[in-house]
Design a protein around this ligand. Structure first.
Ligand code: OAD
Length: 343
């Protein structure tokens, strides 16, 4: 595995590297959230108490319509906010900070990519999230605070038509969000330096076909405890398969990249942010990230004002045209950096 890791580090360190992720429940098991299909520990092996006809029924829309209790027995426990992101989540964030992150397709509904500070423009929550709640019949939205309050008293119902409501998690039998198809239409035509597939059995469609559809000029990397789907059935010569705990693999990779301290810094900053009151609500995580963006933008505009003042001084003291040009170039550079902070 060490040779493969070195090859991966070289690719990531290369010029204009572009990284895309395809992730699943396995990147959150180190946070204390079980995955679905691991024998013994996976959620689907531990649902006996719900008396389901088959384990996936807990996320099946037709079953939910008749028997929402099974899902609601788990919903409160699964609601984002109780868990901290893993090293792997922070590695995705680090790729964002290094300007090499192009996209992160996730099947997870725990929102831990957002909690780790990955900007929503990069994230595609293919199986939806808890961020919004809607009535399954009339589509009326219910705010998540009301939903959580109602859940404490029983199974929440639509305040307009009295049907059941559910969070916008994609259940079996429901379509994936439009954002998934729109962005994949673009991304599938693009060439990336590496596509990192991690913590997923790749058993659920259409997500499972993404790594198979990725351009042949992209090097695919699997960071999983076991070999899965396409990497086993249709391997590519260039595939880098790393079968181990994904946090363990990331620890080794960041050492090779010389990014160990950068990752630790993000983890420590993240912990502080998360421990501050109120951060655990999904809405607040987005707000905190927006606040960070504003601070960055403020810094940029202060730097810009300083440069403008300097330029004014130069113009009034009639220095040569060249030095004015240099300053204008300086300002343009700051403006371009300012653009970056929007993502
Ligand atoms: P699975 O439970 O099917 O697969 C998780 C994979 O991650 C397995 O191959 C594990 O061996 C591996 N794994 C677990 N912990 C790991 C770790 N620390 N390091 C490396 N690998 C690890 O989960 P998903 O593929 O995400 O759908 O499942 C896909 C979908 O099936 C879910 O989104 C969910 C479920 O039904 C919905 O909720 C709609």
């Amino acid at each position: 595995m060490d040779a493969k890791l070195k090859e991966l580090a070289t690719l990531i360190k290369g010029r204009d590297a572009k990284v895309i992720f395809f992730v699943g429940a396995g990147i959150s098991t180190n946070c204390g959230i079980p995955d679905f299909r691991s024998p013994k520990t996976g959620l689907y092996s531990n649902l006996q108490k719900l008396n389901l006809p088959f384990p996936e029924a807990v996320f099946d829309i037709n079953y939910f319509k008749k028997n929402p209790k099974a899902f609601y027995t788990l919903a409160e426990e699964m609601y984002p906010g109780k868990y901290l992101p893993s090293k792997f989540h922070y590695f995705i964030r680090l790729c964002q900070e290094k300007n090499i992150l192009k996209r992160c397709y996730t099947q997870n509904i725990d929102a831990l990519e957002r909690v780790a500070g990955v900007h929503e423009d990069f994230i595609v929550e293919a199986h939806g999230s808890f961020a919004k709640v809607h009535c399954i019949k009339c589509g009326t939205e219910m705010d998540s605070v009301t939903w959580k309050k109602l859940m404490k008293k029983g199974i929440p119902r639509c305040q307009k038509c009295d049907s059941y409501v559910k969070p916008d998690i994609v259940f079996f039998g429901e379509p994936l969000p439009a954002k998934f198809f729109e962005l994949w239409e673009k991304d599938r035509k693009d060439d990336f330096t590496v596509a990192i597939v991690a913590g997923t059995s790749l058993e659920v469609y259409p997500f499972a076909v993404l790594p198979a559809e990725i351009s042949s000029r992209t090097t695919r990397v699997l960071m999983n405890r076991e070999i899965c789907a396409d990497f086993e059935d249709c391997p590519r010569k260039s595939d880098l398969v790393m079968l181990a705990d994904c946090d363990h693999t990331i620890t080794k990779l960041v050492d090779l990249l010389g990014w160990h301290d950068d990752l630790e810094k993000l983890i420590q900053e993240g912990k502080k942010l998360i421990e501050s009151p109120g951060t655990f609500a999904l809405e607040d995580t987005t707000i905190k990230n927006e606040e960070k963006k504003v601070t960055k933008a403020e810094k940029t505009s202060k730097a810009l004002a300083k440069k403008v003042a300097e330029a004014e001084k130069v113009v009034s003291s009639r220095k040569t045209d060249n030095s004015v040009d240099d300053l204008i170039k300086g300002i343009e550079k700051i403006e371009i950096k300012g653009e970056d902070t929007k993502r």
